[in-house]
Design a protein around this ligand. Structure first.
Ligand SMILES: *[C@@H]1O[C@H](CO)[C@@H](O)[C@H](O)[C@H]1NC(C)=O
Ligand SMILES: *[C@@H]1O[C@H](CO)[C@@H](O)[C@H](O)[C@H]1NC(C)=O
Ligand SMILES: *[C@@H]1O[C@H](CO)[C@@H](O)[C@H](O)[C@H]1NC(C)=O
Ligand SMILES: *[C@@H]1O[C@H](CO)[C@@H](O)[C@H](O)[C@H]1NC(C)=O
Ligand SMILES: *[C@@H]1O[C@H](CO)[C@@H](O)[C@H](O)[C@H]1NC(C)=O
Length: 430
């Protein structure tokens, strides 16, 4: 409907009101100059309405076209990649897909096939179908043909399947069986999460010190860790490996929370001994304060108390985009070996999340760690959803940032600490 037409309709309605009366009690004022004044009022109203509509349209256009607004306050790319031309041109301009030296990595069991496919479907749709990075699957038993067939068909690129050697997975023979069994029993009694599980301990130790030693990963510099049954809420719209490389990042995370202290009673004491023995490995611009500061951030007090100086903050390692060369470094391996020889992975239930996190926090510079705040992600029971509405609209996110499961909004999140003591809000004031 044209503006003139709309105006004529409104005008005729107005004339009808004037001549017939809005209702029976109020008679129209027949004063001619009042007609003119009222007409002008209405014209003004229409004009201002049209201006508002135009303004809104401009705003939406600005949001969609904007070059300056970023996905997140610490994002490196603006949203210009959202436009259709980008997607259209992508295949033509990227004849050599998989252009970063990277792989997507999943440690998974045969019976977890459905969860694996769910995660793959999500990451392919949201990111990898445009890039076709190879998927690498690792397992401590051989993958079945059924698993290989389904995952191969789900992947947009290649897939490869690795069998973890027993010495990288199983409990070493030097572990004191009596002490180990005692801890299993005590852990169960004390309600330690996964406390009575033998295989969980193997997995945590493997993820801490052996995943990057697997042959299939030798050919890569970067990995993106994916677990079964996760989901990514938003389109990536950029290659996170490229972002990491171009901005000199070594480790990327989405969620950061507090660890259960009863899984790691002596981890911090052991780490302190390591720091004393290997001062040369501690980076001068480390994130020690992020993992030791206990002052409350914001108006509310911390929910978590710690017995040691470690405040229990860690990056939730079921999501990781990181540089394998960091884990291959002498510094990280000295750290892992130091932990390994105490037997803490078996006499306690040290998780790979606090081990990676403390390693990263001590051995890397703050600026080498990246918070992917624009990638919505869920690994039950926690999720993270971008709080910026622009980001959610622009990246086609399907998530609710105000939901209870959104860990970033709760006291259990360490992300505010990262903002304050890490490199988190560097771009906030741009
Ligand atoms: C018509 O309106 C004018 C201006 O509002 C006013 O001065 C005048 O008294 C009105 N005449 C009648 C008949 O209502
Ligand atoms: C193994 O652990 C048990 C229980 O902690 C201890 O009594 C025993 O001396 C240990 N054995 C060795 C060989 O260290
Ligand atoms: C990728 O990285 C690995 C490990 O650093 C290296 O051996 C390999 O040569 C690299 N490949 C390419 C194509 O650069
Ligand atoms: C850690 O070390 C300190 C000092 O050496 C000691 O007092 C404390 O009991 C140790 N904590 C644990 C849990 O071993
Ligand atoms: C530590 O940070 C300072 C200030 O940003 C920088 O000048 C220095 O080069 C950094 N040191 C290292 C070893 O990266």
């Amino acid at each position: 409907m044209s503006r003139t037409k709309a105006f004529l309709i409104i005008l005729s309605i107005f004339m009808t009101i004037l001549t017939t009366g809005w209702n029976c009690r109020v008679r129209p004022n027949s004063n001619e100059s009042n007609y003119a004044t009222k007409l002008e009022d209405i014209l003004d109203q229409i004009k201002s309405y049209e201006q508002q509509v135009q303004l809104r349209a401009n705003n939406i256009q600005t949001i969609l076209n904007r070059q300056k607004i970023k996905h997140g306050t610490n994002a490196y790319y603006s949203n210009d990649e959202r436009n259709l031309e980008f997607v259209k041109n992508f295949q033509e301009t990227h004849t050599n897909l998989q252009h970063e030296n990277a792989t997507i990595l999943m440690l998974v069991r045969n019976w977890e096939l459905e969860g694996a496919l769910k995660s793959m479907r999500s990451l392919e749709d949201r990111f990898n179908h445009l890039y076709k990075y190879t998927w690498t699957f690792l397992n401590d038993v051989p993958f079945t043909d059924e698993f290989k067939e389904a995952t191969t068909l789900m992947a947009s690129g290649k897939t490869q399947y690795g069998l973890i050697p027993s010495e990288d997975w199983d409990r070493p023979s030097w572990i004191n069986e009596t002490k180990f069994e005692e801890n299993l029993l005590n852990s169960e009694k004390n309600g330690v999460l996964y406390g009575n599980s033998r295989s969980y301990r193997n997995m945590c130790r493997f993820n801490s010190g052996y995943f990057y030693k697997q042959k299939l990963l030798d050919q890569y510099q970067w990995y993106f860790r994916v677990e079964p049954d996760v989901e990514y809420f938003c389109d990536f719209q950029y290659d996170p490996f490229k972002l990491m490389r171009e901005n000199n990042k070594k480790y990327g995370f989405v969620i950061s929370i507090y660890e259960y202290e009863n899984t790691i009673p002596t981890l911090w004491n052991t780490t302190k001994q390591f720091m004393e023995q290997y001062p040369q490995h501690i980076h001068p611009n480390n994130s020690l304060e992020f993992i030791t500061n206990t002052s409350p951030i914001g108006s509310k007090a911390l929910a978590i108390q710690s017995e040691s100086d470690y405040n229990l903050c860690h990056f939730w390692s079921n999501f990781e985009i990181a540089n394998l060369d960091f884990f291959r470094s002498k510094a990280y391996n000295d750290y892992f070996d130091f932990l390994e020889k105490t037997g803490g992975f078996y006499y306690e239930r040290w998780g790979d999340a606090p081990v990676h996190s403390i390693g990263v926090a001590l051995l890397l510079a703050r600026d080498e760690i990246h918070h992917f705040e624009d990638i919505g992600y869920i690994h039950a029971p926690f999720e993270s959803c971008p709080t910026s509405r622009y980001t959610r609209l622009n990246k086609r996110c399907v998530c609710d940032p105000y939901k209870e499961a959104n860990i970033d909004m709760t006291l259990h999140s360490c992300v505010p600490k990262w903002w304050k003591f890490g490199a988190g809000k560097k771009f906030m004031n741009e």
